[in-house]
Design a protein around this ligand. Structure first.
Ligand SMILES: Cc1cc2nc3c(=O)[nH]c(=O)nc-3n(C[C@H](O)[C@H](O)[C@H](O)COP(=O)(O)OP(=O)(O)OC[C@H]3O[C@@H](n4cnc5c(N)ncnc54)[C@H](O)[C@@H]3O)c2cc1C
Length: 432
């Protein structure tokens, strides 16, 4: 009998954790696993703000799929469609002709993408905060803007370079802004002529609260804390446009800025629509409590792209976060194994435990099982919790080393923005 083929689309939280568990539990020759991901690594997203701030080396927040999944076939490239009817997926490698992948069992986990709005200038000037590349870029970009401001007496140029706007007050936006502001404020002592008052850090949030993940009280406390640090928290405000680097807000304020970070929510990866997957009204793939795709007992889904019923809140779906993604992956792998072996599947059930967020070195906010923490204890909790969750002993150790070195040495303040233009110098030499 042919060995069943399992295709895992997406090697992020759900994809990688599912593959790890299957790899461990499958007997030799029981099934063949293929993981297809655009990148060859899984990104531990909750550590991206710390990577952007330089507290953790960027390479340490990603996990190489080939190293942790030696028993799986890893394909690097883009899955362009997934069909349930004939159990096939189309795959576009980074180079070479497209492939059609046949499968017997499917795990569909391509996650989410930034939810953009049709705001003039946003697509041209904005950047998201979902990938390690964006985190590295922002670190270099912010430090590069300090370099620019410190090297010119022209007030207008300085003001534009030192105005940093973040849109969206969920954990990605608040943590990214708070960590980068903390890093920039810390770096200022090395930039002669620049003071904290010269920088403008602005958080724009359409609703009347920020950080809903830690509850209303802690959200209010976080807004106060950020304002105390000189950050402008503009709740009930929307970005109207950013044409030619000119920001216009709907409260009437307008100014120039060279940094616009868009963190106003996510939507399911558009791949959900390329094929015949059943979708709900928010374009999430419809799943049952066993994490099977509706109408396809051989196909499973979980994470940000899936609508998984939350059995602890009847009628609601699980929110898109890592806490659910990791646990769903575990249940999904076990249910997939049960399906292959003719065993019993079990429903996914997990009550949200709360959230932790870092707001810069030694600063944080948390709400865990109804307990509220702020300041140093919350920050310590954030680091401890995420370190225990970080896959592989190798990465855990490296991150711990980064933090330990950070206790004794100041953060790096060099902008390596030229990394994005590595041939510039060489081309210049060729013209001379
Ligand atoms: C900055 C930030 C901070 C966060 N902090 C927290 C936190 O503190 N706590 C928390 O619970 N959650 C947090 N989250 C949310 C959490 O990271 C996500 O909910 C989680 O990653 C979802 O897992 P997933 O497997 O569905 O998607 P992902 O982990 O995003 O994985 C999707 C994978 O699919 C791949 N992919 C996408 N499209 C294709 C394609 N067409 N072909 C091939 N591969 C493809 C991607 O490359 C990616 O590897 C944070 C998110 C961000 C951005």
């Amino acid at each position: 009998m042919a060995v069943p083929r399992i295709l895992i689309v997406g090697g992020g939280y759900v994809g990688m954790y599912t593959a790890l568990r299957l790899q461990r539990k499958l007997h030799r020759g029981e099934a063949r696993i293929t993981v297809a991901d655009y990148d060859s690594y899984m990104t531990y997203q909750p550590f991206l703000p710390e990577a952007a701030a330089g507290n953790i080396e960027a390479r340490h927040v990603v996990v190489p799929l080939r190293r942790v999944l030696p028993s799986c076939q890893i394909l690097s490239g883009r899955v362009t469609s997934v069909r349930l009817a004939d159990r096939k997926a189309e795959f576009q490698p980074h180079e070479g002709p497209d492939l059609t992948i046949d499968y017997d069992y499917l795990v569909f986990a391509p996650g989410s993408v930034s939810r953009l709005l049709p705001i003039p200038g946003l697509a041209e000037h904005g950047i998201g905060f979902k990938t390690v590349e964006e985190a590295i870029h922002l670190r270099n970009h912010v430090l590069g803007k300090l370099d620019i401001a410190a090297s010119t007496p022209v007030e207008e140029v300085r003001r534009r370079a030192l105005t940093f706007v973040f849109v969206g007050g969920g954990y990605a936006g608040v943590e990214a802004l708070a960590e980068l502001e903390d890093m920039a404020s810390d770096a200022l002592k090395f930039f002669e002529g620049l003071r904290r008052e010269d920088m403008r850090w602005i958080l724009v949030e359409a609703t009347d609260r920020i950080l809903p993940e830690v509850g209303a009280d802690m959200g209010r406390w976080t807004a106060q804390e950020l304002r105390r640090r000189g950050i402008e928290v503009r709740t009930g405000t929307r970005l109207k446009s950013m044409e030619g680097g000119h920001i216009v807000l709907d409260d009437g304020d307008e100014f120039d800025a060279e940094t616009l970070v868009w963190t106003a929510g996510v939507k399911p990866n558009p791949l959900v629509k390329a094929g015949d997957l059943p979708l709900d009204d928010r374009s999430r793939v419809k799943a049952n409590a066993f994490l099977q795709i509706e109408g396809a007992p051989f196909a499973f889904t979980a994470g940000d792209a899936a609508a998984v019923p939350d059995l602890t809140r009847p009628g609601e779906m699980c929110p898109p976060n890592a806490q659910h993604a990791v646990r769903q992956a575990r249940r999904l792998a076990d249910n997939l194994l049960a399906t292959i072996r003719g065993g019993t599947r079990e429903p996914y059930r997990h009550k949200n435990a709360g959230s932790v967020a870092s707001l810069g070195l030694y600063k944080g906010v948390a709400q865990i099982y109804g307990r509220e923490l702020r300041g140093f204890p919350a920050w310590f909790m954030h680091r401890t919790y995420h370190l225990t969750r970080m896959p592989t002993v190798n990465k855990k150790t490296r991150i711990l080393m980064d933090w330990t070195l950070g206790l004794f040495f100041p953060r790096e303040i060099v902008s390596l923005g030229a990394l994005q233009r590595p041939r510039e110098e060489f081309k210049l030499a060729a013209r001379m």
